[in-house]
Design a protein around this ligand. Structure first.
Ligand SMILES: Nc1ncnc2c1ncn2[C@@H]1O[C@H](COP(=O)(O)OP(=O)(O)OP(=O)(O)O)[C@@H](O)[C@H]1O
Ligand SMILES: [Mg+2]
Length: 276
């Protein structure tokens, strides 16, 4: 099966008398790729993501997701299982009285047989470090734990693609770390396509590719280094460079020889060791 996502010259607006929210957007997301989508408020990031599982359809142009034209209504239930989403507010995503019931919720809706459901729930709970919390009430958990319950529920459906739409933005630093660790795990253990939408550039440095949205179009796409190193793009999209990059720029100004391309703390520490 063709598992890529292709957006071909898409235009979209929410109402006939409102402006285009997406304007001539074209992109391809490859099977197994980790793509981060950055951009200011209202630039169209969430709207773009809603095209991928047919939550919305283009006004003009076409979207093919996992080999399926999203305009084809009969594939919508399958597409929504195969392209899972995790949203910003964990409280809005948890629906059941216990963690285990919550993780089982999507499986139940998909009509998965009981024995298989139990196995998948158990596995998904273990994968995201929630063992022992099966009977806990979701609203009593920390933000990071809640988001991991939401991720476990999506992943129990064995999707081909998972989209994180600002899934860490309401979390404290510990919660952010927990969810980032879950993303890393997804990428290591499974051949999943990961799309993360964020304002936080430090989340983009590990991605295979970064796409910057601006006023409904793609401003720039490329490797994290090429995008985050482009001062003009970063300025236009109101993005703050990753902290290690700022430090490296200051060090260079002070005459300390470190590479300009530094994005992560690890790279910065290594460069400092070798420059001494
Ligand atoms: N359900 C909706 N109905 C009408 N207009 C909408 C709807 N959702 C978004 N919009 C509008 O579409 C534009 C793009 O919004 P979108 O949510 O895609 O941006 P975003 O890049 O995800 O922003 P944010 O960073 O704030 O989440 C904005 O002008 C927004 O007001
Ligand atoms: Mg959004």
């Amino acid at each position: 099966m063709d598992r890529k996502i292709t957006v071909d010259h898409v235009y979209f607006k929410y109402a006939d008398d409102s402006p285009d929210v997406l304007r001539d957007v074209s992109l391809t997301i490859k099977d197994g790729e980790w793509v981060t989508i950055l951009g200011p408020n209202g630039s169209g990031k969430s709207t773009l993501a809603r095209l991928f599982n047919a939550l919305i359809l283009p006004d003009r142009g076409a979207v093919t997701s996992l080999g399926i034209d999203t305009a084809d209504e009969k594939h919508w239930p399958a597409l929504r299982r195969q392209v899972g989403m995790v949203f910003q507010n964990p409280d809005n995503q948890l629906v059941a009285p216990t963690v285990a019931d919550d993780v089982a919720f999507g499986l139940e809706n998909a009509g998965i047989p009981l024995e298989e459901m139990k196995t998948r729930v158990k596995e998904s709970i273990a994968t995201f470090g929630l063992s022992g919390l099966e009977n806990a009430e979701p609203h009593r958990l920390s933000g990071g734990q809640k988001q991991r319950v939401a991720i476990a529920g999506v992943m129990a459906l064995a999707p081909d693609v998972i989209i994180f739409d600002e899934a860490t933005s309401m979390l404290d630093p510990e919660g952010k770390r927990e969810v980032w660790a879950a993303m890393d795990k997804l990428r290591k253990d499974q051949a999943i396509t990961l799309i993360s939408i964020t304002h936080d550039v430090s989340e983009a440095v590990k991605a295979d590719r970064v796409i910057v949205m601006h006023e409904g179009g793609i401003l720039k796409e490329g490797t994290p280094a090429s995008v985050l190193g482009d001062q003009e793009v970063m300025h236009t999209a109101k993005l703050k460079p990753p902290f290690p990059q700022t430090v490296a720029a200051e060090l260079l100004k002070a005459g300390i020889d470190v590479p300009e391309s530094i994005l992560t703390e690890e790279e910065l520490i290594k460069a400092l060791w070798t420059s001494m």
